[in-house]
Every structure is written in structure tokens, then in C-alpha cells.
Design a protein around this ligand. Structure first.
Ligand code: SR1
Ligand code: MG
Length: 429
């Protein structure tokens, strides 16, 4: 399955056709003559090329890393090794959370290229959320994915030696971590060339973020936690653009930012992107209140994602605690069991506080940093867009600076509900 031979070159359609034609398994899977295959570049992400190839018998998805950031161009080089880490993460996630990541069909280390099953008719979840679609399988699947990948790669489940081998295997992915450290935890709070926001409506808010020392302290604490807390193997970029869905299936894709970091970063990413879908929703209405049912589903999903994740994580801890942390020999008898259970609850409370903080950071970066998302970007009227964004930022600032006033997930959704109709000063211009 894995090949290491050959020098790197960017494969365009014709070269990819020849390459695939030389791989008997994939040739058979596609079926028919290579000349008849339809190969299309479909990548709309920030970093890579993504092709879909279809033949008489079937289809595949091919992802190739570029030696630079696609969104910006050759002026921003980026190591090809991210394809290696993505492949490694996908392989590990397939073992830990079977059926929730795409099947791997082929990997070429030198070409930084991976071939995966074609997910069809799945769509990128963010696109579905923009169009107001509800996904009934999502909560159960994403909570299983997060609970299993995070718990089972942590010190709660692994020996110290195995855990440290895991950290070592992903330590080289530091260039991708640096993107996160800069774009999420630093740039939105200072003047940076690549920042952008909805002008002129959010100019004052952007300036306020740059002067807000309470916020600077809070984001710096989160940045340190991100850099210095190798708790578990993270996906590292778990937003709704990294999730493909149908009514009945969920697949997590694109773990090229994978590394050992704080668990709340992944959980917070999911919650933040749901909350942004909620605040953006009113901007996609064609008639007032049209999307209320969808918005209710989104907030319900926010609550169920945290509650379901916490329940599954705790179930794993109670049933599969084979790790070197919390040795069971220290918690003997009824009293020991009770103290350990209380400790588990305290652990989840700390993880929830991390999740709230990271969710806030993930929100602010999408409104003032380099990489925005279509939830807001597809709201054509800039004033309407800015109103939705300002509501999300108001909640995010509170979540980051006053994290303690959100002790439970219902406090987050309650605050989001209250902000649904809040009018910033510029709203009626
Ligand atoms: C330069 S890369 C910008 C963003 O795209 C990825 O999806 C990550 O979220 C990254 O921060
Ligand atoms: Mg991605």
C-alpha cells in the first residue's frame, strides 16, 4: 500500500492518470481504459490538491500536498511531510474509530500523495449547514470519534512508553502546529498583514481586540496549553469543513494538523463551528424566522456533542483504563472507587473549561484572521454578515475571558440564544 520511490513532482491530471494506470489495484478499482477515466481537481481547501478520479467501475479520491500554502501561493512554503503525518493519523484513527474515516487505498511518501475511498454522496458538512440541513447521525458519530481517538491515545489508556512513542511519531509536524500557533493564537490580536474582517462594520471591534489585555492574557494561556500539553493524538483541525456527511454517515477527513496536544482543542473546534453555523444562519434566511427549526437543532447538537462526548469518554475510562496514569492500586475499596470517580468528574470539568476557551479562539480566528469560513462569507450583504459575526465574537470573548461563568454546556447555548437577536451599534446604520 505504501510506496516510497520516485521524486516529488506536482501531478496534474495527465500525469496522475499515468501514475494511477501503473498501480494494478487502483486501475482495477477504477475499471475500463485509463484514457476513459474522468479526473477532476476539486480541492477547495487552503493547502492541497484534491482530485476525484472516476472510471467504468468506481471512483477514488487523491490528495497531494503542495510544497506551499495553496491559499497564499509559493511565497509561503510548507513541508510535504504533512502528507506523511496525515496518512499516519488516518491509519491510527481507522484503528481507534473504525468506519469514521475514509478507507486508505495507497500512499506515496515521496509524492506526498494519498489515495482514499471516494466518499459519495457525502458532502462537506459546512456546506450542508449553510443550506440549513440537519444531520441525524452526526452527534453519535462525532462523539464516538472524539471519545475514542482522544481517550485511547492518552495516558489514561496507554503505558507511559507507548504514549511517548506516539508523541515522538508526530513531533515532526511542528510546521503545521506553527500555522495554528500564529493564525489562531496570535495574529487576530495584533496587526498582521494577512488579517481581514468585514469592513467597515467590524473595524472598531478589530481595533478593540488589539487593545484588550484581558483577552491577550486569555489567548496566551490557551496558546501555551496548545503548545505544551501533549494529552492525546488530536485531529488538529476538526472544523465542519473536515467532516463529510450524509443523513446516515459521518466521515472525518484531513488530519494533516495531527499532533499530541490538549483534548479540548478538538472538542472546542467542533463546538465553535456549530456555534458559527448558528450565528450565521439568520444571514441565510430568505424570510424572517425561516431557519428557526434548524437553529434549534444546531444548539441542541452543541449540547448533545459535549454531553455525548463526556459520557462516552467516561465510559471508556471506567471500562478501559489500562494506562499508567491513575494506577488502580491506589484506589482500592469503596472509598478509593468513590475518590477516583470524583476525580474523573473533576477531570471532565477541567476539560470542559479548556473546550470553552479553545472554541472561543477558533471563532475569533475565523472572523479576524487569514482563513475565514463560508458560514459567514456566503452572507452577501456585508452589514448582515458583520451582525452575525459580531454576535459570535461577543459570545467568544465572554467564553475566553470569563470561562468560569460557563460551567455547563447549557450556559454556552443559553448565552448563544440570548445573542440571537442582539443588535450591535452598526446594525441599522
Ligand atoms: C494557511 S492554512 C489556514 C487554515 O487552513 C486549515 O484548514 C487550518 O484551519 C489552517 O489554520
Ligand atoms: Mg483541512
Amino acid at each position: 500500500m505504501t510506496q516510497g520511490q520516485g521524486d516529488y513532482r506536482i501531478l496534474q491530471e495527465a500525469a496522475l492518470r499515468d501514475y494511477l494506470a501503473g498501480l494494478p489495484d487502483l486501475k482495477g478499482l477504477l475499471g475500463g481504459e485509463p484514457a476513459s477515466w474522468v479526473i477532476t481537481e476539486v480541492g477547495d481547501g487552503n493547502l492541497n490538491l484534491v482530485f476525484i478520479a472516476k472510471g467504468a467501475r468506481g471512483g477514488i479520491a487523491v490528495k497531494q500536498a503542495l510544497p506551499y500554502v495553496r491559499l497564499v501561493g509559493e511565497s509561503w512554503p510548507l513541508p510535504l511531510s504533512r502528507a506523511h503525518f496525515e496518512y499516519l493519523a488516518l491509519s491510527r484513527q481507522a484503528q481507534l474509530a473504525p468506519g469514521l474515516v475514509p478507507a486508505l487505498l495507497h500512499h506515496n511518501e515521496a509524492l506526498a500523495l494519498t489515495v482514499m475511498e471516494l466518499l459519495e454522496p457525502h458532502i462537506i458538512m459546512r456546506k450542508g449547514l449553510v443550506s440549513g440541513t440537519q444531520y441525524p447521525r452526526f452527534v453519535d458519530d462525532i462523539t464516538t470519534f472524539m471519545a475514542r481517538t482522544l481517550f485511547l491515545t492518552s495516558d489514561l489508556a496507554l503505558t507511559a512508553a507507548d504514549k511517548k512513542e506516539g508523541i515522538a511519531a508526530f513531533a515532526g509536524n511542528h510546521a503545521l502546529c506553527k500555522i495554528t500557533e500564529d493564525l489562531i493564537f496570535t495574529d487576530p490580536y495584533r496587526i498582521a498583514d494577512q488579517n481581514r474582517w468585514t469592513v467597515p462594520y467590524l473595524d472598531a471591534l478589530a481595533a478593540a481586540l488589539r487593545d484588550d489585555m484581558d483577552l491577550h492574557v486569555a489567548i496566551s494561556r490557551l496558546k501555551l496549553k496548545f503548545m505544551a500539553s501533549p494529552e492525546a493524538l488530536l485531529h488538529g483541525d476538526l472544523h465542519t469543513g473536515s467532516i463529510m456527511v450524509t443523513d446516515s454517515q459521518t466521515r472525518v477527513i484531513d488530519p494533516e494538523f495531527a499532533f499530541y496536544g490538549p483534548m479540548g482543542f478538538d472538542v472546542g473546534a467542533v463546538l465553535a463551528n456549530l456555534l458559527m453555523a448558528y450565528f450565521a444562519s439568520v444571514g441565510h434566511e430568505r424570510s424572517p424566522g425561516e431557519r428557526r427549526a434548524f437553529e434549534g437543532w444546531v444548539l441542541d447538537t452543541v449540547e448533545k456533542v459535549w454531553n455525548g462526548f463526556a459520557r462516552k469518554f467516561l465510559d471508556l475510562w471506567r471500562a478501559e483504563a489500562a494506562g499508567d496514569a491513575y494506577p488502580i492500586s491506589l484506589f482500592a475499596g469503596e472509598q478509593g472507587a468513590a475518590r477516583l470517580e470524583a476525580e474523573r468528574q473533576a477531570y471532565m470539568q477541567r476539560l470542559f473549561a479548556d473546550t470553552v476557551g479553545f472554541a472561543a479562539a477558533k471563532t475569533i480566528r475565523r472572523i479576524f484572521g487569514l482563513a475565514h469560513n463560508i458560514d459567514f462569507e456566503l452572507i452577501e450583504d456585508p452589514r448582515k454578515r458583520a451582525v452575525s459575526e459580531a454576535r459570535a465574537v461577543r459570545l467568544a470573548r465572554a467564553m475566553m475571558v470569563e470561562t468560569g461563568s460557563f460551567p455547563a454546556i447549557a450556559d454556552v447555548t443559553g448565552a448563544a440564544k440570548k445573542l440571537r437577536d442582539w443588535q450591535p451599534e452598526f446594525a441599522n446604520g
